[in-house]
Design a protein around this ligand. Structure first.
Ligand code: ADP
Length: 189
């Protein structure tokens, strides 16, 4: 799942992950499970509260540990399941580091013609989910700038063949239906 903050990748990724044979892992959710008094928990708060990305090495290390934990617990079966990744890789370096680990089948790029939709979604989420990084307009703007500068180039890394544009300006069920139709098509290939 790929898209700007507030594009809905978490919402749709979570729903997709409830289908048997799919496993959803959102990097931001993993970070939010860290206790704020741990070393990495502090680093996460320091960066995310300023709208910045956590440095690549600790991010990848945490992600690897999480995936290996889920595998050991029997929640994720790498040989059979499709991993629905959300929020990672988030810059070119992460994509490069993970290139020997991931076999990317498709990138669902959630787009919106209206930037104000993104900001409105983020502000609603701030209240609903108690997200500090969404509560402040300056931080939201900073996250959108970083998304453009650091995250968007990841689309070119994967290339046109893998990237599927999904417009999210209609209702959530319609957006999910688009995703689901693509998933069915890709699975039947
Ligand atoms: P959103 O869905 O709004 O983009 P996330 O929940 O994915 O937000 O991430 C929240 C914050 O966690 C990010 O702003 C960033 O600070 C940190 N983060 C999440 N994933 C990554 C990653 N792959 N690399 C670096 N930082 C990350």
């Amino acid at each position: 799942m790929f898209g700007a903050p507030g594009s809905g990748k978490g919402t749709h990724g979570r729903i997709l992950g409830t289908i048997p044979g799919f496993y959803h892992c959102a990097c931001g959710d993993v970070f939010r499970t860290l206790r704020p008094d741990t070393e990495l928990g502090k680093v996460f708060l320091e960066y995310s509260s300023r709208g910045k990305l956590v440095p690549d090495e600790p991010t990848i290390e945490l992600w690897r540990k999480t995936i290996s934990g889920s595998t050991q617990m029997g929640h994720f079966h790498p040989d059979n399941d499709t991993l629905v990744l959300d929020g990672i890789p988030r810059d070119l370096r992460q994509a490069e580091i993970l290139s020997d680990t991931l076999n990317v089948i498709a990138v669902f790029y959630l787009t919106s013609a209206k930037r104000e939709n993104l900001v409105a979604r983020l502000q609603r989420r701030a209240l609903k989910d108690n997200r500090l990084d969404d509560a402040n307009l300056d931080v939201i703007r900073q996250r959108l700038v970083i998304y453009e500068k650091e995250t968007r180039p990841v689309l070119d890394f994967y290339g046109k063949k893998l990237v599927h544009n999904i417009n999210t300006d209609s209702s959530p069920p319609e957006t999910f239906l688009r995703i689901l139709k693509l998933v069915v098509k890709l699975k039947n290939k």
